[in-house]
Write a protein that binds this ligand. Structure first.
Ligand SMILES: [Ca+2]
Ligand SMILES: [Ca+2]
Length: 432
């Protein structure tokens, strides 16, 4: 496995065929007796680079402590209280292994710490190398790795893998998250496992791969909207970054229903489920019948709204504030303008409360590359950008008293530049 955790019997059996598990590479010696010497390689993850802070908020470093020591794997946050990793990382029981999740930071030692209190796994490498773990309390992070709805991305030409694993075969792992783009493997070596695995790289060129300690981490593919979907889980490989040996990744689409059932079994939240609010926020006193916005929670899809195709969505890539549907503007990472609008009559109360969450892969501290505005009759009443990221949903209330009794058009628009996504997610929009 791309990831050798503890040299356990199951892993040693793989070692006999010179396979190296990539899983927990922090302290574990790689059981690769008889394996040929690794080619020299000085590049990170192998062959990638350090990830920008904030690029992968759903990245999770998994630390497993057993009587044999502490070992590391990768993983992802797939809902507020559930992480996804590899079976061979969590192949002991909670009674013999304690597991910590460090979430969301390039330097994993600065990540948000949670205890993984219970977990459930698939059958293991080559036949279900997946595991889901339940956190002791929900993360405050609200960007999750979306799981694929179908098999359409399994043979993408390019993937992106991330991890804190070894920078070279047999080398040291890293404290800082690495990312690498990997091509689909084009050889026949993966055919025996094609039902269970996606294979990447190893197309005759050495140098780019995942490696020990990356196990359990994600393999992403971009969908047609440019959004990254987690199609794989780093599982195993023969050595790392060798010219003709692919990296093997658990094919999530093949195990999706098992994974969802396992999440239910451990009491976790399924991807796309309701997000608990990290800190209790007083709910505005409902005033039945007074909300002038039709379908302000978006649970009825496009009903009441007019605009560009796509932003009103139940895509699990971003949580809703309530329910599963929300207005997700942006998130493309390519040049785009998206909007939705609705004409309504402002009641006497003259208030526009709504919930908004802003996240961005932009790292600039001073340039607003991607922007969103809320307008009333074309006048901006609120503006957001990659400079105004939020930690999850925040509530904002706009004073519309000067429009009381009038018919107005409420419009929310977002524009993105050509790279680095920003997402502006709105939900529970009311005019009272
Ligand atoms: Ca909603
Ligand atoms: Ca951008």
């Amino acid at each position: 496995m791309r990831h050798l955790t503890v040299p356990r019997p199951a892993l040693l059996s793989l070692a006999t065929v010179a396979a190296v598990t990539l899983g927990a590479g922090v302290l574990a010696p790689i059981a690769q007796a008889g394996a040929p010497a690794a080619p020299p390689d000085v590049n990170p993850i192998v062959g990638g680079g350090q990830a920008p802070e904030g690029r992968w908020p759903m990245a999770v470093k998994i630390k497993m402590t057993t009587s044999g020591g502490t070992f590391g794997c990768g993983g992802t946050l797939i809902s507020p209280d559930t992480v996804l990793t590899a079976q061979h990382c969590l192949d002991e029981t909670p009674s013999t292994m304690s597991v910590e999740a460090l979430i969301g930071k390039v330097d994993f030692t600065k990540g948000e710490s949670r205890k993984v209190v219970t977990w459930k796994t698939g059958a293991g490498p080559r036949k279900g190398d997946w595991a889901v773990g339940k956190l002791d309390r929900p993360s405050t992070i609200t960007t999750f790795a979306p799981l694929p709805a179908d098999t359409s991305l399994d043979r993408s030409p390019w993937f992106t893998a991330i991890g804190w694993g070894r920078l070279t075969e047999g080398g040291a792992s890293t404290q800082y998250l690495q990312q690498v783009d990997l091509p689909l493997h084009t050889g026949s070596g993966c055919l025996p496992y094609a039902d269970a695995e996606i294979c990447a790289s190893g197309n005759g060129t050495a140098g780019k791969d995942t490696c020990n300690g990356d196990s359990g981490g994600p393999l992403f593919a971009k969908n047609t909207y440019g959004r990254e979907v987690q199609v794989g889980i780093t599982s195993w490989g023969v050595g790392c970054a060798r010219a003709n040996d692919a990296g093997h990744y658990t094919k999530i689409s093949a195990y999706r229903s098992q994974i969802l059932s396992a999440i239910d079994a451990i009491g976790g939240t399924r991807p796309g489920g309701t997000t608990p609010t990290p800190t209790p926020t007083p709910t505005p006193t409902p005033t039945p019948g007074s909300n002038a916005v039709v379908n302000g929670g978006f649970e009825s899809g496009q009903t009441g709204w007019t605009g560009t195709t796509g932003p009103i969505t139940n895509n699990a890539g971003r949580p809703a504030h309530t329910g599963t549907w929300k207005l997700w503007l942006g998130g493309n990472g390519t040049t785009a303008t998206e909007y939705q609008r609705q004409t309504l009559t402002v009641p006497a109360g003259g208030k526009l409360p709504y919930w908004v969450a802003v996240d961005s892969a932009e790292t600039s501290g001073y340039t607003a590359y991607d922007k969103a505005t809320v307008t009333i009759n074309g006048s901006a009443v609120a503006s957001y950008s990659n400079l105004t990221k939020t930690s999850g949903y925040v509530q904002k209330t706009i004073d519309l008293s000067s429009y009381a009794g009038r018919s107005v058009t409420l419009k929310i628009t977002a524009t993105e530049d050509s790279s680095a996504q920003s997402s502006f997610v709105f939900d529970d929009i009311t005019v009272q």
